[in-house]
Design a protein around this ligand. Structure first.
Ligand code: AMP
Ligand code: ZN
Length: 476
């Protein structure tokens, strides 16, 4: 399988450290609010990657953190803790907020067909691990204490900017408009490993540490949670593109400094879902959540279909018009699947099955090209083969796509008896009126006979008189 690696900026053959096994880590949500559908785009595309790796036979172990402490409103260690902000907003405790939005996140994931990772670990469960790694970094000279906080010293690294050759002067990440620079930092990209002197004295969650009562920085969480469950070598690390800098850059810095060797081989970054006016946000404009889409009548799986229609390395613009187009295409796709009827005794044509499956695996082997994988699905529908083969392929592809294609189609098929009941009622009424019209004609009441004909015509029913009697057909 070819996978684009953000670290090398090239598509590479994916080769895990241990043959047949994949260790995969995903940056989890910061649970201070609902996830927006942009966040969920990232999780959908990561889900496809994970499921495809399993589909082609890898034994995958996937770990995800839940950020319930330490993520400040600016990714560069400034601003307020997002969790505290959420708690204040809703007059609840930080842990209540964390629980509520963690549950909401997984409920959204379930609706979108996103599998829960094998291990989900809240940051607040791993304080001892964070302290151990921070101690290790201090011992090795990669960290320093200033103003009560522990900082990572980026000047000790051979290379800090691993994803891009940033122009250091342009990249004042430590200082953003309206935010005071941290005077304790020796280098502008140094970042906090452990806070004790937060500007926010009311930080809700604090723990004892060798450096005083405090709380961990956001970046250290992911390094430690990954090492705790996946060991010292990681195959794939995923996240949205905004995480590449500074979050993943800092994860690499501290993990490799601590371990003394390379940590993760492949970096998988999903480009953003944007609105027409730019970046998607939880505070500006309409807060686009899965529940909002549902309240407007969209099937969450239609949103997943919308996401699969474009490549994860392209940014995607969300408009209702774009979503409508995807939802209509999704409905048509389901209707075509529902129309497939397997004849008695029909068998899957194994040769055709393999031939058509190859289109699907070729697409996903090529850097998870989901839009081509969807095209492969249409190729199955068009293919010159029987319904049993087509349905078997659709069910097989859906192990990765997770669009519930077969069960959606079943629903349509099961809805047919209701339609036939309605058809039956109509037929009974038409037959009754035909008999009344025949009686009116016999009684030479032609006005009544015409009235009945016109009445039925308005309902789309055309009467055809012949020597055998009157038959009827439904127009349209
Ligand atoms: P957060 O809950 O803010 O930590 O973000 C959760 C995930 O969503 C991270 O992997 C982010 O990189 C990703 N993300 C944030 N905004 C977007 C967006 N507009 N489109 C796609 N992914 C995003
Ligand atoms: Zn992370």
């Amino acid at each position: 399988m070819q996978l684009y690696n953000s670290l090398t900026h090239t598509k590479e053959e994916f080769i895990p450290n241990e043959p047949g096994k994949v260790k995969m880590y995903t940056c989890g949500p910061t649970v201070y609010h609902f996830a927006h559908i942009g966040n969920l785009r990232t999780y959908i595309m990561e889900d496809v990657l994970e499921k495809y790796l399993r589909y082609i036979g890898y034994d995958v172990k996937r770990v995800m953190n839940i950020t319930d402490v330490g993520h400040l409103t600016s990714d560069a260690d400034e601003g307020e803790d997002k969790m505290l902000k959420g708690a204040k907003r809703e007059h609840k405790t930080v842990m209540e907020i964390a629980q509520f939005y963690t549950d909401a996140f997984f409920a959204d994931c379930e609706k979108l067909g996103i599998k829960t990772p094998d291990v989900v670990e809240p940051a607040t469960n791993c304080i001892d691990e964070f302290i151990k790694v921070v101690e290790g970094l201090l011992e090795k000279g990669f960290a320093y204490i200033a103003g009560g906080n522990v900082y990572f010293d980026t000047s000790k690294l051979k290379q800090y900017y691993v994803f891009n050759n940033f122009d250091e002067d342009d990249l004042e990440v430590g200082v953003r408009e309206g935010v005071e620079a941290d005077e304790n930092k020796k280098n502008k990209n140094d970042f906090v490993l452990w806070f004790t002197k937060s500007k926010f004295e009311d930080q809700a969650l604090k723990w004892d540490s060798p450096w005083g009562v405090g709380y961990p920085g956001w970046h250290i969480e992911c390094s430690c949670i990954s090492m705790k469950h996946l060991g010292e070598d990681l195959d794939i690390h995923c996240g949205g593109i905004d995480n590449a800098f500074p979050h993943h850059t800092n994860e690499i810095a501290q993990s490799e400094a601590y371990l003394g060797h390379k940590w993760c081989n492949y970096w998988f970054h999903v480009l953003h879902l944007n609105t027409n006016s730019g970046k998607m946000s939880k505070s500006k404009g309409e807060f686009l959540t899965v529940s909002l889409l549902e309240s407007k009548g969209y099937d969450p799986k239609a949103y997943r279909f919308f996401c699969l229609g474009s490549h994860y390395r392209k940014s995607l613009v969300f408009t209702y018009e774009n979503l409508d187009n995807a939802a209509q295409a999704f409905d048509k796709l389901i209707a075509r699947i529902a129309a497939l009827k397997v004849d008695e005794g029909e068998k899957v044509d194994e040769a055709k099955f393999e031939e058509l499956k190859k289109l699907f695996t070729d697409a996903l082997d090529n850097d998870v090209n989901t839009s081509l994988a969807i095209t492969a699905l249409y190729d199955v529908l068009k293919a010159d083969t029987n319904a049993a083969t087509k349905l078997a392929l659709i069910e097989d592809f859906d192990k990765v796509l997770t669009l519930d294609l077969i069960s959606h189609a079943e629903k349509i098929r099961n809805a047919e008896p209701a339609n036939s009941a309605a058809d039956g009622e109509l037929a009974a009424e038409v037959e009754k009126l035909i008999a009344e019209r025949a009686a009116a004609k016999k009684a030479k009441n032609f006005a009544e006979a015409d009235r009945i004909r016109n009445y039925l015509a308005e309902k789309g029913v055309t009467l055809v008189d012949s020597r055998e009697g009157t038959s009827w057909k439904l127009e349209g």
